[in-house]
Design a protein. Structure first.
Length: 378
């Protein structure tokens, strides 16, 4: 049996030891409701507020601007739907891009049923949107601009500060989906200039089912979940104390990993190894420089991504193409970037993480070299 090698950290991360330890006592004790003002409730409330501060510290914001959610998808939905429903008197126009996660595109499409108008901007061959295109798309009815901080498939980092400046000048709320960037690269909300920012716990070494939404003070936004006045009236529902403390601990631990220089070195060395084996038969997707330090999305030219992964038993990675009844379709992201079907059908994303070693990457290279040299291309 092949050794298991995990290279799909953009899909999900293992829970870090700090988060596991933070949860331990809340599995057996501190069971009170954080809204209860007695001896059982106060430790739970204190724990939630400590966690809120830990998340805020990583984002560079005030703790009162952090709302706990069930994950990145809810955070995106809350930001997009919340701004739309709170600002219908001002307008109905939303601007986004063709490479957003479905958790951004789908809410925009949903809101069209309520009269929203969505402009989906194109990207260049690296997957980057042009801030000038954003500026030109603004109308008197624009109430929200939402552009992801970095793309989950190819890793391209979008020019968020420039777009934020345009949004601020026009008096328009600006949201960024930072699921892939928090803990990997700096995601300081003041440096980015955003009004709303989404965090997904399981991308930052916290468990699944927890996330956060940064809401700049003064941003006009409707609650996503209605009920009692939890989270300062912004999200009803008794706080998930167990997972909130885990996210807080994970965010505190992530402060020591921001930038990921050691992981970027491994990624670049792995890319050089692929080129050494395949030469021009492997090409890069995404921006060569403005890219997440852990992400390598490549095309195995003349091959199908799923077939490449089949050559790597035990290796967890993902492909940017899908096979249906003998035909191959590109992911919307690669299609938006103008990647040709001939190249993109062989797309594979390798995303590295804290536990990745060069020995693992060497093993993957050796498997690829053996498999590809032993096969004729077809």
């Amino acid at each position: 049996m092949s050794r298991r090698i995990y290279l799909d950290y953009n899909a999900s991360t293992p829970t870090c030891p700090e988060a596991v330890e933070a949860m331990r006592t809340f599995l057996t004790d501190h069971y009170g409701n954080p809204s209860s003002l007695h001896w059982a409730g106060m430790p739970a409330k204190d724990a939630v507020e400590k966690a809120r501060g830990q998340v805020a510290s990583l984002l560079g914001c005030d703790p009162t601007e952090v709302v706990f959610t069930s994950g990145g998808s809810e955070s995106n939905n809350h930001a997009i739907k919340g701004v739309f429903f709170a600002n219908r008197d001002r307008g109905d126009h939303i601007i986004t891009t063709a490479v957003e996660h479905p958790a951004t595109i789908s809410p925009c499409r949903f809101l069209e049923k309520f009269g929203a108008k969505a402009t989906i901007l194109p990207v260049d061959r690296f997957g980057m949107v042009d801030p000038d295109d954003v500026r030109k798309a603004i109308t008197s009815r624009t109430i929200l601009i939402t552009v992801m901080h970095a793309n989950n498939e190819v890793g391209t980092i979008e020019p968020i500060p420039g777009i934020a400046a345009i949004a601020r000048e026009a008096g328009i709320s600006f949201h960024t989906d930072a699921a892939q960037t928090v803990g990997k690269i700096p995601a300081d909300v003041e440096e980015l200039g955003v009004d709303l920012l989404s965090v997904a716990g399981h991308k930052v070494y916290a468990p699944k089912g927890i996330g956060a939404l940064y809401m700049r003070e003064g941003t006009k936004i409707e609650p996503f979940v209605h009920g009692a006045g939890h989270e300062a009236g912004r999200r009803a529902g008794t706080e998930n104390v167990l997972l909130a403390v885990a996210l807080g601990a994970a965010c505190e631990a992530a402060r020591g990993w921001v930038g990921m220089p050691q992981i970027q070195v491994l990624r670049d060395r792995f890319w050089e190894g692929l080129r050494g084996i395949l030469g021009e038969k492997v090409t890069l997707n995404g921006h060569p420089m403005a890219r997440l330090p852990n992400t390598l999305n490549v095309n195995f030219v003349g091959r199908v991504g799923a077939e490449v992964l089949a050559m790597l038993p035990g290796v967890a990675a993902s492909t940017g193409s899908a096979c249906h009844a003998g035909s191959v379709t590109l992911s919307p992201v690669l299609a938006a970037m103008g990647v040709s079907p001939e190249e993109g059908m062989g797309a594979v994303r390798f995303s590295l993480g804290r536990a990745t070693t060069w020995e693992e990457l060497e093993e993957v290279l050796a498997k690829l070299e053996t498999s590809m040299n032993g096969q004729s291309e077809g």
